[in-house]
Design a protein around this ligand. Structure first.
Ligand code: TYM
Length: 334
């Protein structure tokens, strides 16, 4: 089993990233069997689709590395690195650009969302983004990719690219990766709008809980989270058509391990004024140790760089044979 996943180092880690992906990364790392390997990386090459000043980009990569270690990624057991240090990703992306079809990329909903109305003004990088993501996965022959729901379509594309490459060149080179998507927390929604996912790029900071938020900020954000005027139902069935309520109860369930039905039964008939302090408290208790560790690690740039450099060496060693085989399959002499 080879586990691989990535995160863009833009903005800070938020609760959606944590519950949708990172918590699963840590679980898979902790349950890893001998002979299995986990690769986790900062998708800095993907993040060039958003303009950022040089110094900020450097800061972002180190901060996200610190956040992942604080959340439980152990750089001795898992291979933790930033994509720019492992050129095999970009090289394989170019080779796969010969395989991926424009029609396939045209169907990517994330491109449509991010490009907005001005498609002609969007960068080529934003369009080709999913091919680089396919290369990230295929260059390690990853078998399992733990991600949130929003990455499912990109994973399907990676499988399509792998299949077509293998068929076109008559090889059995790329493994088809399986997405690992948590059932209950695949899509954590914005605290301000139950129809939008929680996201780093939402202009309202009140829409998300950041790993860097202090206790007071967390409590405030929960208190101000959008809800509806109805009391809590007796069971989770009564949450249908109430996206904000469903999201908040889902978050508490994910953090406390309690079933949504049990939470509803506990607060049945009461308003959100009773429920929100309970959610705030569990959030504060869960995030405080991660934040404390993050703040300790964040100051030590030399230690973070050393972790990422060591990770990149290990990652390159794992990626290079696949990359070499891809060049060879295509008849590109080196
Ligand atoms: P990114 O940086 O947007 O998000 C990182 C991970 O967090 C998950 N996620 C969520 N899960 C649940 N609810 C939410 N509101 C939420 N917001 C984010 C994402 O699904 C993701 O798993 N393209 C990827 C990075 C990437 C990658 C890869 C992932 C690049 N190459 C190869 C896997 C394999 C991205 O932008 O994730």
């Amino acid at each position: 089993m080879r586990v691989l996943s990535g995160i863009q180092p833009t903005g800070s880690l938020h609760l959606g990233n944590y519950l949708g992906a990172i918590r699963n990364w840590v679980r898979m790392q902790d349950e890893m069997e001998p002979g299995s390997q986990c690769f986790f990386f900062l998708a800095d090459m993907h993040s060039i689709t958003v303009h950022e000043a040089r110094e900020q980009r450097i800061r972002n990569v180190r901060d996200m590395a610190a956040a992942l270690v604080a959340a439980g990624i152990d750089p001795d057991r898992s291979v933790l690195f930033n994509q720019a240090r492992v050129p095999a990703h970009a090289e394989l992306c170019w080779l796969l650009n010969g395989t991926a079809r424009i029609g396939w990329l045209n169907r990517m909903t994330q491109f449509k969302d991010k490009a907005g109305k001005d498609r002609e003004g969007a960068s080529v990088g934003l369009f080709v983004y999913p091919v680089l993501q396919a290369a990230d996965i295929l260059v390690y022959n990853a078998t399992h990719v733990p991600v949130g729901e929003d990455q499912k379509q990109h994973l399907e594309l990676a499988r399509d690219i792998a299949t077509k490459f293998n068929t076109d060149f008559g090889v059995d080179l790329f493994t088809l990766p399986a997405p690992i998507i948590p059932r209950a927390t695949a899509r954590i929604m914005s605290l301000r709008d139950g129809a939008k996912k929680m996201s780093k790029s939402d202009p309202s900071d009140m829409s998300r809980i950041n790993l860097t938020d202090d206790d007071d900020a967390i409590i405030q954000k929960v208190r101000k989270a959008k809800t509806d005027p109805e009391p809590l139902p007796e069971s989770a069935e009564g949450l249908g058509g109430r996206p904000e309520a469903e999201n908040l109860i889902g978050i508490l369930a994910a953090l406390s391990g309690e079933a949504p039905d049990a939470i509803c039964a506990r607060f049945a008939g009461q308003g959100f004024g009773a429920f929100k302090p309970a959610l705030g408290e569990v959030l504060v208790e869960t995030l405080r140790p991660i934040r404390t560790r993050f703040l300790e690690l964040r100051g030590d740039d030399a230690a973070l760089d050393a972790i990422l450099e060591k990770g990149a060496t290990r990652a390159s060693a794992a990626a290079d044979p696949t990359l070499r085989a891809a060049y060879d399959a295509m008849g590109l002499m080196r």
